[in-house]
Structure formats: structure tokens, C-alpha cells
Design a protein around this ligand. Structure first.
Ligand SMILES: [Zn+2]
Length: 81
């Protein structure tokens, strides 16, 4: 479980990184692989402009989630869309 948690943290960091680089198109090509080892899907991300939440979803297995405090995970100095 600790290993899985670490991989998840890295996965979320990739999503935050992509979102802050401006992949805000309806179908952004993030190139981020799903964190499930048996899934070849890539991750779509969407930034909710109203509250700044980042939503992500795997196009294959449908795994999805929301990152609400990503500003904290990136540290200060990150431009908020
Ligand atoms: Zn997946």
C-alpha cells in the first residue's frame, strides 16, 4: 500500500503539472498514463474555472477524481487560471 500511495502522489503531481501548463482544451492530450497497472488509458483533465478544481478521468477504465488543493501541492508561485 505505501508504494501504491507514492505512485498515486506522482500521478496526481503529473496532472497538476499538466493543468498548470495550460492543457485546458476540451480534449487535452496530456500523455499521462492511467495509474492502474493493467490499464493503457490516458488521462483527460479539466480545470473548473469557477473554483480552480482539477478534474481528471481515464478514458479507458473511467477512473476519475478531483484535486481541490493542488495549489498547496505545487507550492506557491503557481499561476492560478
Ligand atoms: Zn484507466
Amino acid at each position: 500500500m505505501p508504494k501504491e500511495g507514492r505512485e498515486m502522489a506522482g500521478f496526481l503531481a503529473l496532472i497538476v503539472d499538466a493543468a498548470t501548463k495550460g492543457y485546458l482544451d476540451p480534449e487535452p492530450k496530456t500523455g499521462i498514463r492511467c495509474f492502474h497497472q493493467n490499464c493503457d488509458g490516458t488521462i483527460l483533465i479539466r480545470v473548473e474555472p469557477r473554483d480552480g478544481f482539477i478534474f481528471w478521468k481515464c478514458i479507458v477504465c473511467g477512473e476519475e477524481g478531483r484535486i481541490s488543493d493542488w495549489q498547496k501541492t505545487k507550492g506557491e508561485g503557481v499561476g492560478i487560471p
